[in-house]
Design a protein around this ligand. Structure first.
Ligand SMILES: [Ca+2]
Length: 296
């Protein structure tokens, strides 16, 4: 393996990527976290009930097993830059939820950006391992209807590790997923779901697709100031969590890529899987030797 290839093992890399590459336009010195799968978890802090396990999808990150009263998370062990001059990010991951049981399929997955130094894991149950985290934002993929929630298949945004609910939207308009198996649009239906989350400095964009890697129109487009939510800290911690209670399910993350810059996959475009986002040596070499904007 070349020294360049070694730099792109799964995990965090500070990559000097300039110009218009196959990855799209990425600012210089973008920090990238890339896990094509979870056979290697270098750079991750894995907490609570989370673990890696092998399934038909390969080596996945199982945030919780299908068992009562679990909470698990995985956060990047190193902080990502996040400040007023560069307060953007883009991320993509795929999840699959299986073996629902107990009271009902529950409880869901949360993508989290929080102030560094705060807890890596909240509490179990309907809070999906998020409540108790502190200064943060969570985009939650909620599969169980708790009190005050619109249904058992919603995507919502919460902040500061509390139940403050900024917005709730229903994927594909499917609002009843008590028996999700075989129902297209139920996040707990056992399908592979693709998730795109982007922050352009003023709006949070969330899109997700059932059994497709082509980005659909945004489900959520919410004006929000993330620096204020993160207590204006110069960097942040980023990760995923899940929880279960009297209802449960396996919450599996199949892959994950995170850019500390705004690097969205355009609507209607097929997502490059994280493995393919890891630039081949030829492209990396080109990126490293150049120091200015590339040709368009
Ligand atoms: Ca819920």
């Amino acid at each position: 393996m070349s020294s360049i290839a070694k730099r792109f093992r799964p995990g965090f890399s500070t990559v000097r990527v300039v110009g218009l590459l196959s990855l799209g336009t990425i600012a210089a010195s973008a920090q990238v976290l890339s896990y094509p799968d979870f056979s290697v978890t270098t750079g991750l802090s894995i907490n609570g009930t989370a673990s890696t396990t092998r399934t038909s999808d390969g080596n996945v990150l199982r945030l919780t097993p299908a068992a009562c009263c679990s909470a698990g998370s995985a956060f990047a062990a190193q902080p990502v830059p996040f400040q007023l001059s560069a307060d953007t990010f883009s991320t993509f991951f795929q999840f699959r939820i299986t073996n629902p049981g107990g009271l009902a399929p529950a409880d869901g997955i949360a993508f989290i950006i929080r102030e560094k130094g705060l807890p890596n894991l909240g509490i179990t149950g309907g809070t999906t391992g998020y409540d108790g985290i502190g200064h943060s934002i969570s985009i939650r993929f909620d599969t169980y209807r708790n009190e005050g929630e619109i249904n058992n298949n919603r995507v919502n945004i919460q902040t500061d590790g509390t139940k403050e609910n900024l917005v709730s939207r229903t994927p594909l308009g499917v609002a009843n997923c008590s028996l999700p198996a075989g129902i297209v649009g139920c996040m707990s239906n056992g399908d592979v779901w693709s998730v795109w989350i982007d922050y352009d400095g003023s709006h949070v964009h969330v899109a997700l697709a059932d059994s497709s890697t082509t980005r659909p129109a945004d489900l959520i487009d919410l004006p929000l100031s993330l620096p204020a939510l993160l207590n204006y800290a110069p960097d942040a911690a980023v990760g995923l969590s899940a929880g279960t209670g009297g209802g449960f399910e396996n919450h599996d993350i199949l892959n994950w890529v995170y850019f500390s810059t705004f690097n969205p996959t355009p609507t209607g475009t097929a997502q490059l899987m994280p493995a393919k986002l890891i630039a081949p040596p030829a492209v990396v070499s080109q990126a490293i030797v150049r120091s200015g904007p590339g040709p368009r």
